[in-house]
Design a protein around this ligand. Sequence first.
Ligand code: F6P
Length: 478
Amino acid sequence: MVDLAGSEEHAARILVASNRGPVSYSLGDDGELESRRGGGGLVSGLSAIGPEAGAVWVCAALGEGDREAVRRGVGEPGSRMIAIEPDVFHAAYNDIANSALWFVHHMLYQTPLEPLFDEEFRTQWAAYQTYNAAFADALAEEAAEGAAVLVQDYHLSLVPAMLRERRPDLRVGHFSHTPWAPPDYFRLLPDDIAAELLEGILGADRAAFLTRRWADAFAACCVAVLGATLSDDGLEITWRGRTTRLGVHGLGADGDFLRERSRRPDVADRIEALRTEAGPGRKLIVRVDRTELSKNIVRGLLAYRQLLTDHPGWRTRVVHLAFAYPSRQDLSIYREYTAEVARVADEINAEFGTADWKPVLLKVDDDFARSLAAYRLADVALVNPIRDGMNLVAKEVPVVSDNGVALVLSREAGAFEELGDDAIVVNPYDIRATAAALNTALTQPDADRTDRTKRLASAATALPPSQWFLDQLHALDD
Ligand code: F6P
């Protein structure tokens, strides 16, 4: 346990911990550090409490630029970056968090050949423990007596229990931004590791999720794996004499920000460019994703191909704008998937394309203004993940849409719980059904689409990031 007496370091009243922080650094050719600010729910959530709240954001140094920033003592006020040994970081982030845990929670394994929980996996697991312990140490050092700590995501599942050991005075919340696997799938993990992950999160006072479905799955795992006791309302888990409350906070879109940002001139320029490239008057089916294995981009393209096959009347009258921004390219399976997306898009263009119609416009260079332009233009938004904690694209498109949008939505996205009534819902594995849904979406009557878009936008903005963040904080006080 850390001794608090007389220390001035323990100043933070509110702490956030996440793998990726608000700022990342890169080293320029001139040896100067350049900083880049990220977006997302946490960044806007934290800004809601203002600088006077004395908050500190603890994050990992992700690359060489970040590690150099730590060496030079460069940093944002209110944030602390931890420089973890590159090998340890790689094993914890790529091998455990983004391979094993991401695959389990999104149910991505092709089980005849994987996963392989061998000696190498045990070494990687030890790195994940070391990485979590580094966060627990940093948080224990920074936190004032009785401070509130909000730990984010599957990278940091062990932190709550580790932190409780070091600082029992703190109030700790854990938030999962991913789905949670059902017990039968979660139990693919070695038994001791499955138990360690659950006990890690149960070290928190509150464990929160994006939907009730994921919270229930977590509770079911605690019962099945640990033999923990669940309260009648299913929202309190008792294990070894301690009770952890479960919470559900469905992060929404930041409506004010999106409406303002999507009306700026750079977005108008992109709208014009996209219209010209797609061809005037053509219907647009839009998808915008990071190229993660769980986003189901390949099946989305196959469904579009099926649409063009089943309904030849759409040929030359529709274009699929597929924005698939590369992600986690350190992992070979992500690189292969990214290449497969491009291959299938090329195949569709070769099969159906004509001199003046390119059926798929695939864009892989991340351009936020162009994404917003596509949101505004979309006649149909295709959001068909295999599994997704929430999926904010499904929420963002209706908010900024110019003329209304028909949303084709996977029932396996967390957003389905809030948007399902006004979306055209699909089983993400069913290519024929997804093709039929695209056809229904393209032919949705205007008045119906307008009404649905209004209701979708209002459900999508019900819990903006600032409120989402404050709700979690206040819930820790109860
Ligand atoms: O989208 C789910 C999520 O877990 C986010 O909470 C988190 O920011 C992101 O994935 C992690 O992605 P990356 O590996 O790019 O940091």
